[in-house]
Design a binder for this molecule. Sequence first.
Ligand SMILES: [Zn+2]
Length: 295
Amino acid sequence: MSPAETENLIASIHAISTGSGEQHKEHRYGSRMPSLWWLLTSQKWIEIPINLYVLEHRDGLVLFDAGMDPAIAIDPNYVSSAIGRFFMRKLFRFHIGPNDTLTSKLQELGFAAEDVSKVVVSHLHFDHIGGIKEIAQAELLVSREEWQQLSGPHPERDFIFREHIELPGAKWHQIDFQPSNDLLFDPFGGCHDVMGDGTMVLLPTPGHTPGSMSMLVRSAGYPPLLLVGDLTYETDLLMNDQVPGTGDVALLRSSFAKVRGLKAQLPGLMILASHDPEADKDLAAVRAPDPQANI
Ligand SMILES: [Zn+2]
């Protein structure tokens, strides 16, 4: 048991949604067809929430991802690249209201946008970074591998839009995963301790994008949690080795195996995907009763 598990350093963990969208069935569950084929022909849509996670740590409010910018639903030129706009319309439909901002969703939980001290960005896709313009003070953590995609010739073809990421004054910080004494993290080849107390440990889980990362959360009030971003869209798919319709299949399978290995070491581990519609309900259900509540 890590020291973090014996102390209640995280008072609450919530999933909040900055609107919802729809993705193709083949995107979520995979397909034998080439991705360009189903992208252009599929008529089967599945509703997904655009979630992010809010962790109320003793030393500051931490987000895992930053949700989507509602401007995407009303501004036809939100994405400046024509090819980016074209593929985005083929891949997603959005249902986002004007109040589906990060700021108003945090307010519903009783937090202010200014309270956010850090954001762990699982990967740089537009539906995970849209809220960063509302939290200019926050430190933004991204893996070095993910950040390198920005210097590629056409990041917009991979739904990485530089104009919403490289904001003036944004406090981006690139993570280099370090070796750990904890054997639990050996298969991942490195980790990064976000708060320096073991409560939030970042692990490289590439596949959805080359630099995608997950976060292991350990604190007394909850079972161990692994927030996996878009490594999978449903936990059962990862457990059954069913890869989605996009991403690098070999890397996805390798990361899936590492996550299943982690779960074998931590049997109570709860794995939460970013687009899991039940996430907030599931988190509320596993939260341990507050030991101070009846005093
Ligand atoms: Zn996503």
